[in-house]
Design a protein around this ligand. Structure first.
Ligand SMILES: Cc1cc2nc3c(=O)[nH]c(=O)nc-3n(C[C@H](O)[C@H](O)[C@H](O)COP(=O)(O)OP(=O)(O)OC[C@H]3O[C@@H](n4cnc5c(N)ncnc54)[C@H](O)[C@@H]3O)c2cc1C
Length: 497
């Protein structure tokens, strides 16, 4: 079905937000063209080639699976017909240099029992209280914040007011680190749960305490996509095409044209011009503000819609044979002093001490003792930046592999330099992003209200992706794609009347 004036919808970017918008719109019979700079869809869900096959170099933790079940169902199919999702009872294995180790589970009582063994019964009770708070925050914020097209302040306030247990976490200026300091007597547990702020690109000592709800999102279930997370992008792109969308990869949108005060076309790097009356922009909203898509959309957002920026990362993706420790699928190796990690990052530098996340991608069904090589992704938090200093790669190597060796983890061969994506690499891959990988920073109580929604002030221009409401992370970006599609369907229905 074409739009009332016979034109179609162009989705710029085949990240998860753009793909979800395309699936939804194409499923409703709309004429959709997706344009993607890279050779393959997925955006941050990207892979590196290795001797053991494609290694994920982006997201690895899939939560809130219901968001995707719903999208596939609305497209008249089931996610199981496109992908195998493996539930993970063990959420992550955590390691400290003092030799202690803690597994956390999807079952909160299993986590409490593990914490009791790790740090004693008092810590287990503190965890139970934290889990309750996190779950209640999740429930209070899910509908009026995450699922709503715009954060509904009145409903959020009502939910918060009706539950006094939430008040301390919602006090102005209450950071996640401060809240956890009051919640956990064991500093290792403060460090562990504080790390959840980094899932949306914030540091625990600066991010609001409400981000403790991310734990509840994870405790509701983590899935592994068989074959790697990039298969999700492939499945979404395949479904969009099955429902009639056209996918053009390897071509950039260079300009969004405006005429008579609204969007009329998208110009492509190969010289083509796609006439359209609706555009979903799935790139970083900061690219629009920087004028990278022309001056038509440059003023369609408020300047604070994309600034300040969230964190970046140094990401290794490679295949090797590991030695020394019993890795789970998701692993976190903590540094001794969080201040030595987040202090330098806040100052725009590499952490003096790094906490390292490792995904052992071939361990969804447990260790693979006979595999000749296994695939790994290692992530170290970084400040967003667009330049790379001389020696930065070898410095990153020094902060990564000797640190892992302190825990006893070594690889038969350390990865080559080209297996590393630096903040500058992210800045290059995602124009306008300044290397930041989670869009606008989550720091500050008002951050969720300043992030742009699906509609912009330029008629016909919509946003989807981690830089738009409700924010970063695979399921969140997917929800933003749904918001963009619904906004377009509503506007088209109004236009046809
Ligand atoms: C290393 C890493 C680890 C992560 N881990 C997790 C995790 O475990 N779990 C989780 O939920 N989230 C995680 N995230 C975050 C998650 O990956 C992102 O929030 C999400 O994938 C962003 O999707 P998006 O819709 O914003 O699109 P993006 O992935 O940002 O893709 C945007 C696409 O638009 C394209 N584009 C931009 N401009 C143009 C243009 N002018 N013309 C054509 N194409 C254009 C880009 O090439 C890109 O493909 C991680 C991110 C990274 C980088």
């Amino acid at each position: 079905m074409t739009n009332p004036d016979g034109k179609g919808i162009v989705v710029i970017g085949a990240g998860v937000g753009g793909l979800c918008a395309a699936v939804r719109l194409a499923s409703e019979g709309r004429r959709v063209t997706v344009v993607e700079t890279q050779a393959a869809p997925g955006g941050k869900m990207r892979t590196f080639d290795s001797a053991a096959g494609p290694v994920d170099a982006g997201p690895t933790v899939l939560t809130m699976r219901g968001v995707f079940d719903d999208l596939f169902a609305r497209a008249g199919t089931r996610i199981e017909d496109h992908l195998t999702l493996i539930p993970q009872p063990l959420l992550a294995r955590h390691w400290w240099t003092d030799g202690s180790r803690l597994d956390l589970f999807a079952d909160p009582e299993a986590s409490a029992a593990a914490i009791a063994d790790f740090a004693g019964p008092r810590s287990a009770d503190e965890f139970r209280r934290f889990h309750r708070l996190s779950s209640q925050l999740y429930t209070a914020f899910d509908r009026p914040m995450m699922q709503a097209a715009r954060p509904r302040l009145a409903s959020i306030a009502l939910n918060a007011l009706s539950n006094p247990r939430l008040w301390p976490a919602l006090r102005p200026g209450m950071t996640l680190a401060r809240q956890l300091a009051g919640q956990f007597s064991d500093p290792r547990l403060r460090q562990l749960f504080g790390r959840y702020a980094t899932y949306v690109g914030g540091a625990p000592d600066l991010s609001p305490a409400v981000l403790s709800l991310i734990w509840a999102a994870e405790a509701r279930g983590v899935w592994v996509v068989e074959g790697g997370m990039h298969r999700l992008a492939k499945a979404l792109a395949g479904l969009a095409v099955q429902r009639g969308a056209t996918l053009i990869c390897g071509v950039s949108a260079t300009r969004i044209d405006r005429q008579g005060g609204r969007v009329v076309a998208v110009e492509l790097s190969d010289g083509r011009v796609l006439k359209c009356d609706r555009v979903v922009f799935n790139g970083d909203p900061a690219a629009l503000l920087a004028g990278l898509l022309g001056n038509g959309p440059q003023f369609a957002l408020k300047p604070h819609a994309a600034h300040p920026r969230s964190l970046s990362a140094w990401v290794w993706a490679f295949a090797a044979k590991p030695r020394g420790v019993d890795l789970a699928y998701h692993n976190v190796f903590f540094c001794d002093d969080p201040a030595q990690e987040f202090g330098p990052v806040a100052a725009g530098r590499m952490p003096e001490q790094a906490t390292l996340y490792i995904c052992a991608q071939d361990r969804a069904a447990g260790p693979q003792p006979h595999a000749p090589l296994e695939r790994f992704e290692i992530i170290m938090n970084a400040p967003p930046k667009t330049t790379q200093t001389a020696g930065e790669i070898s410095q990153c190597r020094q902060r990564t592999f000797p640190q892992l060796a302190r825990f006893g983890l070594t690889f038969d061969q350390d990865p080559q330099d080209h297996s590393l994506t630096t903040p500058q690499g992210f800045a290059h891959l995602f124009p306008g992003s300044q290397g930041s990988i989670y869009g606008r920073s989550p720091v500050g109580m008002l951050a969720p209200f300043q992030r742009p929604g699906a509609r912009t002030s330029l008629p016909g221009l919509y946003l989807a992706g981690g830089g738009a409401h409700p924010g970063a992370g695979v399921p969140m970006a997917a929800i933003s794609g749904r918001h963009a599609a619904e906004a377009i369907l509503t506007d088209l229905a109004l236009a046809s009347k």
